[in-house]
Design a protein around this ligand. Structure first.
Ligand SMILES: NC(=O)CC[C@H](N)C(=O)O
Length: 393
């Protein structure tokens, strides 16, 4: 295995492709990082972010909120436990590609059904190994979610100058409405619960609270957490109206995570949320769902510099002072200063003070920016699912 990282190259148009390079990441400013490709061959264009989680690359790559993004993993050993059918957060390919410090090894895990490279190839997604990911991560931090083009050509036929042009032509995620592209096309019932020994993913047997979950790109483990907490979940597409939601006679409404700019998604989500709020139902939102609830209540969202993507982000619940270590994946945030009277900031990030939660005074309506379902990550915030179920009582 040749795993030495390749050097970053400036001024792509003038420099030759280094020997052995079969993949690269080209920035709009002309910086190019070369590496060795795995997974699918081809070209993809999107926004680059870094994820600091030490486990869970398969869940991360299949989180629909990563649509339009390429992920560089700061943890060096990615791929060593392969891929399995249980750790997928959705069936459709989502993140555009992955960048790793080491080339993936053969999988070593009793759970592995296949290696990372064939799994990515089957999904049409590009992998780039052997990259100096520290340097790449610093570039993301300094340049703020840069626009990039990534390419993998097994014969080394890379055209860095053309890729830089493609990165320049990318419009970015601001204003991008991606949720309806990754949402389900039709409503369906969800019964699977969280994985538990020895039965694995079992189905709910007893009747529970009737919950409508609006799918903006929902991770499966959120739906499982709702089911395990005692909800009979009906999932509706992102473009569902308030009438569609209320027609199911729900006792509570859940707003899912999802990709893209919440302000762009709000065009259809905000009127639905406002309609459901008028009906006075309990409501709980996660990540994109949190951002859109804030918009529906009169708040604002902003694009962050390079966002939060990891499984070790400390968040403080202001009412209790309790700190939770959380899973995060967001590039936009609710502007805590923009919240109107009656909407209370409930959680903040201890990394940068950004808003991580809101609640409506006197009503069972609340949401968080982080991911209480983890997948991957710690379960410190799991109590929020129970809080949602209790709010229906
Ligand atoms: N995980 C999510 O739901 C992400 C929400 C939104 N797309 C963001 O990047 O901020």
């Amino acid at each position: 295995m040749n795993s030495a990282p390749t050097a970053a190259r400036r001024d792509a148009a003038d420099l030759p492709v280094p020997p052995g390079a079969t993949a690269c990441i080209a920035f709009a400013d002309g910086t190019v990082f070369f590496g060795r490709g795995f997974g699918a061959e081809g070209v993809s264009v999107g926004e680059l972010c870094f994820n600091t989680a030490m486990t869970g690359y398969q869940e991360i790559m299949t989180d629909p909120s990563y649509a339009g993004q390429v992920i560089t993993f700061t943890f060096p050993h990615v791929g060593n436990v392969g891929a399995n059918p249980e750790d997928e957060e959705t069936l459709d390919p989502v993140a555009l590609g992955m960048v790793t410090r080491w080339d993936p090894t053969e999988p070593s895990s009793w759970r592995a059904a296949e290696g990372l490279s064939p799994w990515l190839a089957r999904r049409g997604r590009i992998g780039i190994g052997g990259v100096d990911t520290r340097r790449l991560t610093r570039a993301v931090r300094l340049k703020g979610a840069p626009h990039v083009a990534i390419a993998h050509a097994a014969d080394g036929a890379l055209d860095p100058a053309a890729l830089v042009e493609k990165a320049r032509a990318f419009n970015g995620l601001t204003g991008a409405d991606l949720a309806k592209d990754v949402s389900c096309a039709q409503s369906y019932r969800w019964e699977e619960m969280r994985w538990a020994w020895p039965g694995g993913f079992e189905k709910r047997a007893t009747p529970g609270r009737r919950v409508v979950a609006v799918d903006y790109g929902a991770k499966r483990n959120i739906l499982r957490c709702l089911a395990s907490a005692g909800c009979d979940v009906t999932v509706l597409p992102a473009t569902a109206t308030a009438e569609d939601v209320l027609a199911h006679d729900p006792e509570g409404v859940f707003l899912s995570n999802g990709p893209g700019d919440p302000a762009a998604t709000g065009a259809y989500a905000v009127p639905m949320i406002q309609g459901v709020l008028k009906a006075g139902l309990p409501m709980f939102g996660i990540c994109l769902g949190h951002q859109m609830l804030a918009l529906a209540l009169g708040g604002k969202t902003v694009k962050m510099s390079h966002g939060h993507h990891g499984a070790n982000h400390p968040v403080k619940e202001l009412a209790t002072g309790k700190v939770e270590i959380t899973s995060m994946n967001h590039g936009f945030a609710v502007d805590g200063q923009s919240l109107p009277d009656g909407v209370i900031e409930s959680h903040v990030s201890l990394f940068d003070g950004s808003n991580c939660g809101i609640r409506v005074e006197g009503k069972p309506v609340f949401s968080v920016q982080h991911h209480p379902e983890a997948s991957p990550g710690p379960m410190d915030s799991h109590y929020l699912f129970d809080r949602f179920v209790e709010s229906m009582g």
